[in-house]
Ligand binder design. Structure first.
Ligand code: XMP
Length: 182
């Protein structure tokens, strides 16, 4: 079972549910008027985006972007690659950009800049988690679910080698998981 690979639960399910509701309320105060374009960064943002959107009872559209910076390990490669070269129709729109976690900040910075270059009128960023550390890039998220320490976490959309995204909580894996599956 997946749970057996987890050494500690950092943020449990009920706490996440409550916090997602609070974050949604803040977003609703900032996004008024025309429709919101929600852009989720695959695949990590999927779970957070799905829950958050259901707490935003306003007209919105959902798009996803495929970028890579991690390549399966636990360390950032430092390069953000746009994988499907998809051009989103963002001109003049108010965008809510969603990711699972702010780590070095490179992903969010690169994607936010691209959306603005593509003509988005406004881009606000939401992350479930933000690691408290020095950022390689000057970037902070507008909405943060939880601040966490600088350790590798999985669950609620976050993976290790493609797995554990479906854990309903955020947790830390046992050392031996990295040794045997790393
Ligand atoms: P940067 O460094 O660009 O990283 O802010 C953001 C992306 O890196 C991945 N990431 C993690 N994934 N556990 C994960 O499963 C982690 O602790 C972690 N830290 C960073 C994630 O894909 C995120 O979108």
């Amino acid at each position: 079972m997946m749970n057996e690979d987890v050494s500690k639960v950092l943020i449990d399910e009920e706490v996440i549910v409550r916090r997602v509701g609070t974050v949604a309320e803040k977003i609703l105060l900032d996004f008024t008027g025309e429709e919101i374009l929600v852009v989720g960064i695959l695949k990590g943002a999927l779970v957070f985006m799905a829950d958050l959107c259901r707490r935003l009872p306003v007209p919105l559209q959902i798009e996803t972007l495929n970028v890579a910076s991690y390549h399966g390990g636990t360390q950032s490669s430092g390069v953000v690659e746009f994988l499907d070269g998809k051009s989103l129709d963002v001109a003049g729109r108010q965008v809510l950009l969603i990711d699972d976690i702010l780590d070095t900040g490179r992903t969010l910075r690169a994607v936010k800049d691209s959306l603005l270059e593509m003509g988005a009128r406004k881009v606000k960023t939401a992350v479930l988690l933000s690691k408290v550390k020095e950022r390689a890039e000057e970037v902070n998220a507008d909405y943060v679910g939880f601040e966490i320490g600088d350790e590798f976490v999985v669950g609620y959309g976050l993976d290790y080698q493609g797995r554990y995204r479906n854990l309903p909580y955020v947790g830390v894996l046992k050392e031996e998981v990295y040794e045997t599956k790393g």
